[in-house]
Design a protein around this ligand. Structure first.
Ligand SMILES: Cc1ncc(COP(=O)(O)O)c(C=O)c1O
Length: 354
């Protein structure tokens, strides 16, 4: 069936926020895209004015957490064109998540056409100030009203959008991270490798506690021994030790980030050695003591590349590179954002013009 996306334009467009004070996820654009799955098939997507969703109070998303989401950005390049960054990877991850949560994901053509058309309709919401973007939030929820514990028969795929600010003003800044030993994010055989809403619900308390101690996010360790590093808040994490870049391997408990993969490929093109393997907190502390730990940084769609200037672990504080962004994180940030904002040729075909 050919995909035909209907568009109902809002009669009351919103006043757009000032580009210098967007923050993250505070404002929503004028429209949303909706697409329903019922009677074992996907219907046609439709774009309608942004507003509340009618939802059966018995819907499986509200009781058993059948909820998945994605995070991606539309960038306005210096040439004025709007481009998405590796959107097929978001579709692939949503599909893997749907399989794990026994949900139905929209097929690739519905996802891709929906994202493209929706971004075109909202293109006046893609900001152009330095470092800004239109953040897209594709979401998939179980909507059937039924209290037996089994997968929903009905689903809603929807997309909303939020203009977001650059994480950094003039340059990139380093953040402080708390290494978490009490709580765990994910366990082997669990749902840590997919973008399930429940993963974020279980992470909130640790993040609140870390904020009280003065840290901006937590670094998660493995759930059984609390020794091996997994990831950081909403980012994958990289360590530079003795000139080599090390990142935890994807063992089923870590989210496979789009930026993680892009970072590994970019670092290799920069001529760096990248190791994907287990890395323990003891190895990091020892490397620090021997003066070999030169950089730590996180990668993710929201913050792009985020250097870590300080790690808090038990009663110790470790300062990395005097609390400043290191050269590898800087070069990586420049290279990736140059591709995203069309300042550099996209040799790997990562961007998609809408
Ligand atoms: C838990 C977690 N890890 C890693 C990432 C980074 O993934 P990506 O690079 O696809 O944004 C995110 C953000 O989506 C996340 O929520």
């Amino acid at each position: 069936m050919p995909i035909e996306i209907s568009v109902e334009k809002t009669k009351t467009p919103k006043t757009q926020p000032a580009p210098d004070n967007l923050g993250f996820g505070r404002y929503f654009s004028d429209h949303m895209l909706l697409c329903e799955y019922a009677n074992e098939q996907w219907g046609q997507p439709r774009i309608v004015p942004y507003g509340p969703l009618p939802l059966d109070p018995g819907a499986s998303v509200l009781h058993y957490g059948q909820a998945l989401f994605e995070g991606m950005k539309a960038f306005r390049g210096e040439d004025g064109k709007v481009k998405l960054f590796r959107p097929q990877r978001n579709w692939a991850r949503l599909t893997q998540g749907a399989e794990r949560l026994a949900m139905k994901a929209p097929p690739e053509d519905i996802f891709m056409e929906s994202i493209k058309k929706f971004t075109q309709v909202e293109s006046n919401w893609v900001p152009s100030a330095k470092g800004t973007a239109l953040y897209l939030r594709p979401t998939l929820i179980g909507t059937e009203g039924f209290l037996g514990v089994r997968p929903s028969n009905n689903y809603l795929f929807y997309v909303i959008a939020s203009p977001v600010g650059g994480y950094y003003g003039e340059g990139i800044e380093a953040v402080k991270i708390w290494v978490e030993k009490k709580y765990s994010r994910s366990a082997p055989g669990g749902i840590g490798a997919v973008k399930a809403g429940g993963n974020y619900a279980s992470s909130l308390l640790a993040a609140v506690d870390a904020k009280k101690k003065g840290y901006s996010q937590v670094m998660w360790l493995d759930s059984s021994q609390h020794r091996f590093v997994e990831e950081v808040g909403t980012m994958n994490v990289f360590f530079v030790i003795d000139g080599k870049v090390i990142t935890p391997d994807l063992g089923g408990t870590i989210l496979p980030g789009v930026m993680r993969d892009s970072t590994i490929q970019t670092l290799k093109m920069m001529g760096k050695t990248v190791e994907e393997r287990k890395i323990s907190i003891d190895e990091i502390l020892m490397a620090q003591e021997r003066g070999l730990l030169t950089e730590v940084f996180g990668t993710g769609t929201a913050a792009s590349v985020s250097p870590v200037g300080q790690l808090g672990f038990e009663d110790r504080t470790i300062t990395i590179n005097d609390g400043r962004p290191g050269p590898i994180a800087r070069e990586l940030y420049a290279t990736l954002t140059d591709i995203q904002y069309s300042r550099k040729a996209d040799e790997l075909g990562w961007t998609l013009e809408v």
